[in-house]
Design a protein around this ligand. Structure first.
Ligand SMILES: [Zn+2]
Length: 391
């Protein structure tokens, strides 16, 4: 018999009817807020050698919260596909089509068990194992800075030795749980920083301390949510007034930033409609200083030089809102720490236009390698951050 199940780590799908492999109908689950949906991750067994047709019957509901002014871009379901894997490690892309209501993909599994997902998951097991290993480095200190709504620990890694004059550089990821690209990207960064034979890492850590919060929304990750936390809050709209009841995750991270200080931050997200890696500075916050644009330009030029997977000069998709929403992490941070450079990162779900890899699209390995290129970009501006910035 064919079994379709999302009772797996970060699993999410509702089975409408899986009795006929040629017409497996599934529904995306909504987050606790009742609005956000789009993430799916499930396993199918007993279908080896059978031509399966999967329909996500409520895919069009995702478009109800599409960001403004994106009409010139493909929506989340166009020119993409489901990701599939037999071993949970190597993921390949199965082409899909969107008929205006359902997202449909067809696949004939070669093995008895096959996993499908919107993008390769980054599960708690991998995350905790990676963090546990990283903290054994003499360069790393681990601190649990608070707990999520459901009591999961929020960990922060301090990489390097704090000292007067060093820039305080923050990296936060996965406010939106389904944007798992951030997990692989962080592994790329941290692997380089902890390599004591890597000259860029050594030079960077001589003038900076890196504070990393690998997962701002561990409940969302564990529960297979798209964007919200366990209370249904979109954490990236909570930064101007986080509360212990509704958004303790942001409350704890922002409190720690206040306590330690901040000269640089990159907030790692992913966007279902983009075909590139995209970064932008918090240029429309009230405390923005024009000289920060020069630092940002130097930062992105260095990143483009280090990685052709950063497409230099891509405009803000749909236009950057003239009035910054201070509930968003990168804006709140940029406004609260006026001397700092606060950057938003969006990785793609689909593929990049430049140097695409059609078999996988944007993939964990590519996200990892993109992370490995980040230290060059940060090193290019670190001398102009913090106490060296002459503020
Ligand atoms: Zn996001």
């Amino acid at each position: 018999m064919i079994s379709v199940s999302s009772k797996i780590t970060s699993g999410s799908i509702d089975v409408v009817d899986a009795s006929d492999p040629a017409d497996i109908r599934l529904a995306l689950r909504k987050d606790p807020d009742g609005v956000f949906l789009g993430w799916y991750h499930f396993r199918v067994s007993g279908a080896a050698g059978q031509a399966c047709r999967f329909s996500l019957t409520n895919a069009s509901d995702v478009l109800s919260w599409r960001l403004a002014n994106r009409e010139d871009y493909d929506n989340a379901w166009q020119n993409t596909g489901a990701m599939a894997s037999y071993d949970g490690d190597y993921w390949f892309r199965v082409p899909g089509t969107f008929d205006g209501t359902s997202f449909i993909f067809e696949h004939q599994p070669e093995h008895d068990l096959c996993f499908y997902a919107a993008w390769p998951p980054y599960g708690a097991e991998r995350e905790h194992r990676y963090i546990a290993e990283a903290q054994t480095s003499p360069l790393v200190k681990l601190e649990t800075i608070g707990e999520s709504v459901e009591g999961r620990p929020i960990d922060m890694l301090t990489i390097g030795t704090p000292d007067t004059g060093k820039a305080k550089c923050w990296i936060i990821a996965r406010q939106h749980a389904s944007e798992t690209q951030g997990g692989y990207f962080l592994e790329g960064i941290i692997d380089r920083l902890l390599d004591e034979t890597d000259p860029t890492a050594r030079a960077l850590l001589a003038s900076a301390v890196i504070y990393v919060v690998p997962n701002v929304n561990p409940d969302g990750s564990a529960n297979g949510l798209t964007r919200a936390n366990a209370t249904g809050a979109n954490l990236n709209r909570e930064w101007d007034s986080p509360s212990l009841e509704k958004s303790p995750e942001v409350f704890h991270v922002s409190s720690k930033m206040e306590e330690i200080g901040l000269d640089f931050c990159i907030d790692c997200h992913a966007d279902k409609e983009l075909n590139c890696n995209f970064i932008w500075p918090s240029e429309n916050v009230p405390s923005w200083k024009p000289e920060r644009r020069d630092i940002f330009t130097r930062f992105e030029e260095a990143w483009a030089a280090a990685s052709p997977d950063y497409e230099l000069g891509h405009p803000y998709p749909g236009g950057c809102p003239a009035e910054a929403n201070l509930g968003m992490g990168w804006n709140w941070i940029g406004n609260r720490f006026p001397h700092s450079l606060s950057v938003l990162l969006e990785q793609p779900f689909k593929d990049t236009t430049e140097f695409p890899t059609p078999e996988t699209g944007w993939s964990p390995d590519r996200a990892y390698n993109f992370g490995r290129s980040f230290p060059e970009a940060l090193r290019a501006v670190v001398g102009r951050l913090g106490t060296n910035a002459g503020q």
